[in-house]
Design a protein around this ligand. Structure first.
Ligand code: SF4
Length: 356
């Protein structure tokens, strides 16, 4: 049985542009991530792990370290092996091999390879453009820092590019209630913070901020210097608030369905636990373990009591029987379940985790 134990909160010394929006939505999540040394308490989907491979490959292609088919295949296999090794180390062997568990694995690999042909056609420095990949920038006060995927300088034009392996656009409502597609707010904020870092370090403001997806589509983000500066001020304020919360011991969280859905620290979040007692909205349940039953086919079911609600969770493998039986009458949380058609009935999946 996994246990959380005492949480030792640690100061977050600096914020990165990619972390800013998540921290803005729920700063407590960033504090938990820091406290657990960025070791997630729950597995994410195999697609997210494959995203690490895709992004690393885009970096290597942009740097010119991967320039042909052979190099691509060799690096791709190495990156997949490295992520699979980490998955194995974390006990997530059910995602291995990634090829069998990731949606559209082959298609994504083909799209990735198309970036290779585009990049191999350009030299690292050409007569009319300079390409700088993976440039690290830090603000003078050291509170904001991050790596810009690609900087392209062509004459007086200066473009910052960030690669994304997932969807860049989201549906939003305009003032009249009409739905339209726009670049995700978190990506806009991220690019504006990169622009600020670039400006502070070079005294030059980029002329264009762009996002490029796996299919090589480019999306630009409008910005102004004043917007970038105020984004930076907001990031610093946020950081300051997290520092103060550690000192005072008064924490604030924002447990909404959207925020908590991809939060991998749910088992350690007291705010989320309170929410769980009221409503089950993410296929996690918690309560007192009342009974454990093993059926003839080896499957195990558990019965939890939470207030006046009784949950049945089926389909646990037989190996978990003794561990569950030994936890009867304890309060436990069960995460990453599948909701069944009958109310209050769930089934265990390969990513289900149990915490005491
Ligand atoms: S579970 Fe929700 S409220 Fe708790 S830290 Fe994560 S995002 Fe924030």
């Amino acid at each position: 049985m996994n246990k959380i134990g005492k949480i030792n909160f640690r100061e977050i010394k600096r914020i990165s542009p990619s972390q800013f929006y998540s921290m803005k939505n729920c700063a407590y999540k960033s504090l938990l991530a820091e406290a657990f040394e960025k070791k997630p308490l729950l597995p994410v989907s195999p697609n997210a792990y494959f995203g690490i491979v895709l992004h690393k490959m885009l970096e290597l292609i942009a740097k010119g370290e991967v320039r042909n088919d052979d190099g691509f295949n060799k690096s791709f296999n190495e990156q997949v092996r490295s992520v699979e090794k980490t998955l194995f180390k974390n006990g997530y062997n059910f995602f291995i091999p990634l090829q069998k568990n990731v949606k559209d694995y082959g298609l994504k690999k083909i799209l990735l390879k198309k970036h290779l042909s585009a990049m191999s056609e350009k030299p690292a420095i050409s007569n009319d453009a300079e390409y700088h990949s993976e440039k690290w920038f830090e603000s003078k006060d050291k509170l904001l820092a991050g790596k810009i995927d690609l900087v392209i300088i062509t004459g007086t034009d200066l473009e910052l590019i960030d690669f994304k392996t997932g969807a860049i656009m989201e549906d939003v409502l305009d003032d009249s209630g009409e739905v339209f597609s726009d670049v995700k707010e978190e990506y806009k904020a991220q690019l504006k913070l990169y622009a600020y870092l670039y400006f502070e370090n070079t005294e030059k403001l980029p002329t264009k901020l762009s996002l490029v997806d796996l299919a090589k589509q480019k999306f630009t983000v409008d910005f102004s210097l004043s917007e970038c500066i105020s984004m930076f001020e907001e990031a610093k304020k946020l950081l300051q608030c997290t520092k103060e919360s550690i000192v005072t011991g008064i924490f604030v969280a924002n447990p909404t369905q959207t925020n908590c859905r991809y939060c991998l620290y749910r088992p350690a979040c007291s705010f989320y636990q309170c929410q769980l007692n009221i409503d089950v909205y993410l296929n996690d349940v918690s309560g007192s373990l009342r009974n454990v039953v093993k059926y003839q086919n080896g499957n195990v079911s558990v019965f939890l009591q939470s207030g006046d609600k009784q949950f049945t969770i089926t389909n646990f493998p037989a190996e978990r029987y003794n561990m569950l039986k030994g936890s009867v009458n304890k309060n436990i949380g069960i995460y990453n379940l599948r909701k069944e058609a009958t109310e209050f009935v769930f089934s265990s999946t390969k990513t289900t985790m149990i915490y005491e």
